[in-house]
Design a protein around this ligand. Structure first.
Ligand code: HEC
Ligand code: HEC
Length: 301
């Protein structure tokens, strides 16, 4: 018998002995547990098969000799036989090329699993369900729903009473404060890009007295005969915001109070202004935006 086989048998016996010592017989070992038995049987089979397959190929390398026609080229005396390409291999090779082209151009791009995609689909389904379920909700109920959205999403910055926590965020109990108006006049603004793509140009007014008058006019709620009305018209503000700050679709937002559309517009794009930055809230669905808009509108009434 070849020495290799002898070594193979000794090695296998040694491995089996190790297996027996570590799990066999001892307490807490196999204990007749079927899963453990299967695992150990599998391990033994693996050891035996591996050892003898390896030996078979080592033997083959030792004794095999090849014959056939050699290719013309040789590399330092090492030649290569002119073997036919195996048909199965050639077929696989070409099929793989075809499959590879399909996979890179169509297969992967169109069929790839996307976790984000799955999340978005689930959210869309949920939102559709949510919106049908609460389609008819309005009035008091809508405001209540808005309050709970507010308490969940907005109170961290705007405070439980929506007063902006000492200037940390905007005070939502009134439409707008003097600093924010001055900031908009001086710097212009283009946050609400979705609904007001044109934005507002800066420095329509530069005379401090006129600016103060306009600020007073807006913060006091556009009263009849206010001295700021004239400067508001003169500065071109009426052209975009309307005579009494009622706003114009696509041109300028409502300034004389909150309504659902104004709040929804701010939630769509977020807002960067005199106080700081407010993130956009894409995760709220349309009904939730409407509800929180109704809630904020109700605060200043
Ligand atoms: C060309 C149109 C246009 C003109 C003219 C204009 N605005 Fe605006 N205004 C806008 C738009 C658009 C916005 C929304 C800005 C945004 O997208 O953030 C806005 C926003 C505002 C805001 C709200 C800012 C905020 O923080 O919520 C105030 C206050 C304001 N404008 C005051 C004025 C005053 C005062 C004038 C006149 C001096 C004026 N606007 C002239 C288009 C205009
Ligand atoms: C991370 C803090 C933060 C959160 C959360 C937040 N906001 Fe704001 N919000 C701000 C800040 C800061 C401003 C002021 C931006 C500025 O004009 O400088 C603001 C401004 C606003 C304004 C504009 C007020 C005005 O007169 O121009 C509205 C409306 C508003 N927030 C509504 C909401 C709603 C509704 C939520 C919850 C869905 C919310 N915010 C959540 C920080 C926040």
């Amino acid at each position: 018998m070849n020495k290799l086989y002898l070594w193979g048998i000794i090695f296998t016996a040694f491995m089996l002995l190790l297996t027996y010592l570590s799990v066999g017989g001892s307490e807490g070992g196999l204990n007749g547990d079927i899963v453990n038995m299967l695992a150990v049987t599998g391990a033994i089979a693996l050891v035996v098969i591996t050892v003898f397959v390896v030996i078979k190929y080592v033997r083959q390398m030792q004794v095999d000799s090849a014959s056939g026609e050699l290719a013309q080229d040789n590399w330092d005396g090492i030649g290569e036989y002119l073997n036919e390409v195996p048909t199965g291999w050639a077929v696989m090779f070409f099929l793989l090329i075809v499959w590879g082209m399909w996979y890179f151009t169509i297969g992967y791009p169109l069929n790839a699993y996307s976790q984000i995609g799955e999340y978005n689909e689930d959210v869309a389904v949920h939102n559709a369900k949510f919106e049908t379920q609460y389609k008819d909700i309005k009035g008091e109920k809508l405001v209540e729903m808005g309050e709970s959205v507010f308490l969940a999403e907005c109170k961290v910055c705007h405070g439980i009473n929506a007063d902006g926590i000492d200037g940390k965020a905007a005070n939502l109990n009134k439409r707008i404060e003097a600093v924010a108006i001055k900031h908009a006049i001086a710097n212009g603004a283009n946050n609400m890009k979705t609904d007001f793509p044109g934005g507002m140009p800066p420095m329509m007014l530069s005379d401090p007295a006129q600016i103060d008058a306009v600020v007073g006019y807006i913060t006091s709620g556009f009263p009849e005969g206010h001295k700021g009305a004239e400067a508001f018209a003169m500065g071109g503000c009426t052209g975009c915001h309307g005579e009494k700050g009622e706003g114009m679709p696509f041109v300028g937002p409502k300034l004389n109070g909150f309504d659902v559309a104004t709040v929804a517009s701010i939630l769509k794009d977020g807002k960067k202004g005199a106080i700081g930055t407010m993130p956009k809230f894409e995760k709220l669905n349309d009904k939730q935006k409407e509800a929180v808009g109704a809630y904020i509108t109700s605060l200043s009434k």
